[in-house]
Design a protein around this ligand. Structure first.
Ligand code: TMP
Length: 221
């Protein structure tokens, strides 16, 4: 068999699409919408989240989000985030992408740059080092950033009930998170910004338009 024939038999690697943003930006609603839309287009996909996505990584998520009396050292937080990510990546994300499934992930490493880098003030260089160690070459094919005024986002998050350890941060923390996301949306070519302050149908039109570029790429492969 020729090499090109063999490569045609192998499934094409799936697309890796991540959903990012501060609190209360409507990520969860829109990721469901994206999943339904892509499924209607015949895409075989997997919906997952970070921190989490495997039983062990979900346990780490519980450790990260719980409000506790002991203050959590920033470096402990960063390493827990990447510990959960290594498990999730190797057990779930990479095998799915290799089978040709598309993976929709509610947050990924851009959240680490925003929350641990800008929010907590940890070294960006340190995060880059862990990113290379854990992910090697893997980066998202597309990141939809749900961007929203932090005051509106906090209001929406408060309306959902009890706040977790991150949601309990002060407004300045969320301003830094938002600024980092916006900064990365300029430096990283896989970002698309969605103005999450509009009505749901308008937001969903934008989500659909972004996903269509991925579908178009797939059909051209
Ligand atoms: P969620 O509320 O969107 O499910 O995300 C859980 C929280 O975890 C959210 O407040 C952001 C935080 N987080 C980080 O701080 N760093 C990360 O790398 C990830 C993936 C999430």
């Amino acid at each position: 068999m020729t090499e090109s024939f063999i490569s045609e038999l192998q499934p094409k690697r799936g697309k890796f699409i991540t959903f990012e943003g501060g609190e209360g930006g409507g990520k969860s609603t829109n990721i469901q919408f994206a999943k339904d839309y892509l499924a209607e287009q015949g895409i075989d996909l997997l919906l997952t989240r970070e921190p989490g996505g495997t039983p062990l990584a979900e346990e780490i998520r519980g450790l990260l989000l719980a409000n506790r009396e002991e203050s959590v050292d920033e470096m402990t937080e960063l390493l827990l985030v990447f510990a959960a990510r290594a498990q999730h990546l190797n057990q779930v994300i990479l095998p799915a992408l290799e089978k040709g499934q598309w993976v929709l992930c509610d947050r990924f490493t851009d959240a680490t740059y925003a929350y641990q880098g800008a929010g907590r003030g940890l070294s960006i260089h340190g995060i880059q080092t862990l990113e290379s160690l854990v992910q090697r070459e893997l980066r998202p094919d597309l990141t939809l950033l749900f961007d929203l005024d932090v005051n509106i986002g906090a209001e929406r998050a408060r309306g959902r009930g009890a706040l977790d350890r991150f949601e309990n941060q002060e407004m300045a923390f969320f301003e830094r998170v938002r600024d980092m996301y916006l900064k990365r949306s300029v430096s990283e070519s896989y970002y698309r910004i969605i103005d999450a302050g509009r009505s749901l149908p308008e937001v969903q039109e934008s989500v659909k338009a972004c996903l269509q570029t991925c579908l178009f790429d797939k059909n051209r492969q």
